[in-house]
Every structure is written in structure tokens, then in C-alpha cells.
Design a binder for this molecule. Structure first.
Ligand SMILES: Nc1ncnc2c1ncn2[C@@H]1O[C@H](COP(=O)(O)OP(=O)(O)OP(=O)(O)O)[C@@H](O)[C@H]1O
Length: 302
């Protein structure tokens, strides 16, 4: 399958300013994003023909403040992600995990005040949010927003076509696109009627999460940033969502996921666990770090 990295602005999808405001920031373009969606296991040296995995993301000493108040939130984050790796960020409430994720995708609520972010060898900080999306960054938000007046299938179709346009490929019409998206619905075990409803409007918490993963499955990603995809999911939904994420993961792409719970990591095997505290990654380890946390709480790794 070809590489796809769709990107488009919410502004082109929503007809009124009030609809845009639902996103919390009138200039914040909701960007869709992506790359390959292939059913394949995650990376190993043999998958790569023995070659070392390529560097995908390098965050060095990153600091950031809230744009309005200038309150410092990130205080020197360091993180290196290679292709095919699954990185999990854990940490107490308010430690800066979501802020870090949002800074990576260029959320305008935050201002970078120091450090660097290199993505595929490029300075990510200099890229507009839409360019980041085009370059294969996908973020699934902790609280996915609704888009009144835009049906889910139209939204996905537009996002997908935006990328095809950028690649000089013909757009898919509604019928062709339906043929493309229908198998993805099965992947996330999502009810078909949710395709015809407005994006996330009236969706339950679990349906919103499944919908986020459907977007990821449709659009693909080189680096998928998943912020608490397990929150609010029942056990079956958690399994479905995790299965879908695993099927999207290939030796070429990576996941950076935020979670509070070991249960997600039983389904999506992490390469590394990072603990964030007060705006910095203070510890990195393997799954045993999450097991210790689950058993003994944060005091055990303080
Ligand atoms: N736009 C904002 N305006 C005001 N405060 C903010 C904003 N964004 C983040 N913060 C503050 O920054 C701190 C870190 O928030 P963040 O959402 O990154 O934490 P988190 O580690 O993801 O927490 P949780 O586990 O509860 O989701 C919190 O104290 C939060 O209130």
C-alpha cells in the first residue's frame, strides 16, 4: 500500500466560526494525518534485514510554557524514538504528559521556550501543525471533540482525499471511499451507523475512542501519539482498540502512548516506559516499571 499522509484544516470543513470554536481555539486547525495502514507485527532486526532502526523523533531538553500565562509546564524533556518502537509515557496527574503530546503536534496553547524537536531529520518546531500531520504525525486526543454539521464519513473522506491530492493521486468518491473504510470499521469493531452521524456528536466515551482509532486506521501514521486511548473503555472495547493499534503498527512506524494503567500494556507491548514528573522524563525502563507502579504506586519509583 502506498504511503498516505493526509492533512487538511478544520476551517475547510466547518462552515461557521462557532463550529471552529468547539475546538477551543479559532486558529487551531484540526489536522488529520498519516501513513501506511498495514496488518503487520512490530519491528525486529530480522524484519529490517538486520539494519539498525532509523531515528524517527529526537526531543532534546524541551521546555514549554502555556502561551497565555507563560506558566512553565515542560521543563527539559528528553526522548528518542526509533522506527518500530512503542514508547509509553506514564506519570501522575498534572505531570505534563498531555502537554508534551500537544506540543509535539504544534498545539497553539503552548509556546516552546527551549530545546529542540527533530522529526525525520527535520526541525519539527519550525513546521506548521498541518505540515506535521503531512509528515505523518497523528494524535489521538484524550477528549476527542465533536464537529457539528460534519458527518464522520465525510470527515474521513475529506481527510483522506486531502492527502491523496498532495500526493497527486486521484481522490476517492463516496462509494470508493466507503469500500476502503468499511473493513477498517471491522478492525475497530465499530457500528456502521456511527459513520453517518456527525463527528463524535453524541458519541459515548468509548465510541469516541474507537472513532479516534478508526481515523488512525484510515489515515495511518509514522508516529501515532495516543493520549489515554484506554480511558473510559470497557474490557471488550479496550481489547478491540488495542488490537486495531497493533495491526496498524509496522516495523516502519512508531507509537507514543500515554496511559495510567498496566492493562493497556498487556495488549500493546511497549518497548520503553517513561515516567514523567513535573515536566520532565525522570525515569525510563521496560514493562517492569509499569508493573512496579501498578503494585506499589509512584512512591516506589520516586
Ligand atoms: N492550556 C492550559 N491552561 C492552563 N493550564 C494548563 C493548560 N495546559 C496544561 N495546563 C496545566 O499543566 C499541567 C500539566 O497538564 P497535563 O494535561 O499536561 O497533565 P497530564 O500529565 O497529562 O495529566 P493527567 O494525567 O491528569 O491527564 C496541569 O497542572 C494543567 O492544569
Amino acid at each position: 500500500m502506498a504511503l498516505f499522509t493526509p492533512t487538511f484544516s478544520l476551517k475547510s470543513l466547518t462552515s461557521t466560526t462557532s463550529q471552529r470554536r468547539r475546538f477551543g481555539h479559532s486558529n487551531w486547525s484540526f489536522t488529520a494525518r498519516a501513513t501506511v495502514a498495514v496488518d503487520a507485527p512490530s519491528s525486529s532486526a530480522s524484519d529490517r534485514g538486520g539494519a539498525a532502526p532509523k531515528l524517527l523523533l529526537e526531543v532534546k531538553d524541551l521546555s514549554a510554557v502555556i502561551a497565555d500565562s507563560k506558566q512553565p509546564i515542560l521543563k527539559g524533556v528528553n526522548l528518542t524514538v526509533h522506527e518500530g518502537e512503542v514508547h509509553t509515557v506514564m506519570g501522575k496527574n498534572g505531570s505534563g504528559k498531555s502537554t508534551f503530546a500537544k506540543v509535539l503536534v504544534g498545539h497553539p496553547d503552548y509556546e516552546i521556550t527551549g530545546g529542540s524537536i527533530t522529526y525525520k531529520g527535520q526541525d519539527l518546531v519550525q513546521m506548521e501543525p498541518e505540515e506535521r500531520a503531512t509528515a505523518g504525525l497523528f494524535m489521538s486526543f484524550q477528549s476527542p471533540v465533536a464537529i457539528p454539521g460534519v458527518s464522520n464519513i465525510d470527515f474521513l473522506n475529506m481527510a483522506y482525499n486531502a492527502r491523496r491530492r498532495k500526493l497527486g493521486l486521484p481522490e476517492l468518491g463516496p462509494i470508493e471511499f466507503y469500500g476502503y473504510v468499511a473493513p477498517k470499521l471491522e478492525l475497530v469493531n465499530m457500528k456502521i451507523d456511527l459513520l453517518n452521524r456527525n463527528v463524535n456528536e453524541g458519541f459515548s466515551g468509548g465510541e469516541r475512542k474507537r472513532n479516534e482509532i478508526l481515523q488512525l486506521a484510515v489515515l495511518g501514521a509514522d508516529l501515532a501519539i495516543l493520549d489515554e486511548i484506554d480511558s473510559g473503555l470497557d474490557v471488550d472495547a479496550l481489547r478491540d482498540v488495542a488490537k486495531a493499534v497493533n495491526r496498524i503498527l509496522t516495523p516502519k512506524n512508531s507509537i507514543l502512548m500515554i496511559t495510567h494503567y498496566l492493562r493497556l500494556l498487556e495488549f500493546i507491548k511497549p518497548t520503553y516506559i517513561h515516567i514523567m514528573e513535573n515536566g520532565r522524563i525522570v525515569k525510563t525502563g521496560d514493562i517492569s516499571l509499569a508493573e512496579t507502579l501498578e503494585r506499589e504506586g509512584y512512591k516506589a519509583i520516586a
